[in-house]
Design a protein around this ligand. Structure first.
Ligand code: SF4
Length: 251
């Protein structure tokens, strides 16, 4: 019998969740609580209702695949595919496994975006069916990480190190957040740390304010009100630190 999962949203024509044109499948639930989270409605693993909007829906893997399949010609032309994201998709490992297996049977490229805050056994489960991991890392400092994401850094780093040395394809993604990790020293430390772990490629994600309205809809306080957005041109020097450490770096 096929697994069901709690799906927040299926976003077609995504250009920021891996290579090419992709369908991003957002799954509900995340163990982190990043202050800048642009998808606060993805954090709870439950279906939620807020001001006339329902967040989350139970779907079978086949129902999701029926949507993913619609864009097959775009994937083959652009080198795209399906990305499982969230929230933290690896909180629903059996549903992920079904989706990854079905996509694989149809030759669809499969990416999994993760923040790494799950037992490493989840990576061992999905890695044989995953073509690319997009692994988000927020900070190099354990105290700042805990204060701003609500989660300890140690396990996330350990999982990343193990995944990188397992031979899986991994792109590390760093959200660059003003006042949190945007200093030149942060770039130096993060690049040193990632170089030591064997990372080959990092993508920088400049902070934006796209999530603000969602906090109001959910009646949640927004910690980033008034913080200025960053743009790729703001991160030239930051990027240099990674290039100097021998890591490919996109922004
Ligand atoms: S890991 Fe991602 S989804 Fe989870 S709280 Fe942080 S930004 Fe939001």
């Amino acid at each position: 019998m096929q697994e069901t999962g709690i799906v927040l949203n299926i976003q077609k024509f995504s250009l920021h969740d891996g290579p090419g044109i992709r369908t991003a499948v957002f799954l509900k639930g995340c163990p982190l609580r990043c202050l800048w989270c642009a998808n606060p409605e993805s954090q709870s693993p439950l279906i939620q209702r807020g001001k006339g909007v329902t967040y989350g829906e139970v779907k079978t893997a086949e129902e999701v695949m029926a949507v993913v399949r619609q864009d097959l010609p775009f994937y083959s032309k652009s080198g795209g595919g399906m990305t499982l994201t969230g929230g933290e998709p690896l909180l629903q490992p059996d549903f992920c496994l079904d989706l990854l297996r079905l996509a694989g049977e149809e030759g669809i490229h499969r990416a999994v975006e993760t923040a790494g805050g799950v037992p490493y056994s989840r990576f061992e489960q999905v890695a044989p069916l995953t073509d690319l991991f997009l692994y988000d890392l927020k900070h190099h400092d354990a105290k700042k990480h805990l204060e701003n994401t609500g989660a300890p850094l140690a396990g996330i780093l350990e999982n990343l190190g193990r995944l990188l040395s397992s031979g899986s394809e991994v792109i590390v993604r760093i959200p660059v957040i003003p006042g949190f990790n945007d200093a030149a020293e942060d770039a130096r430390r993060l690049s040193g740390l990632l170089s030591g772990l064997g990372a080959k490629r990092v993508d920088l994600l400049p902070f934006h304010q796209f999530g603000e309205r969602k906090y109001a809809l959910l009646d949640l306080p927004y910690a980033m009100a008034g913080v200025r957005a960053l743009y790729p041109e703001d991160l030239r020097e930051y990027r240099e630190a990674f290039l100097s450490a021998g890591i490919l770096c996109g922004v």
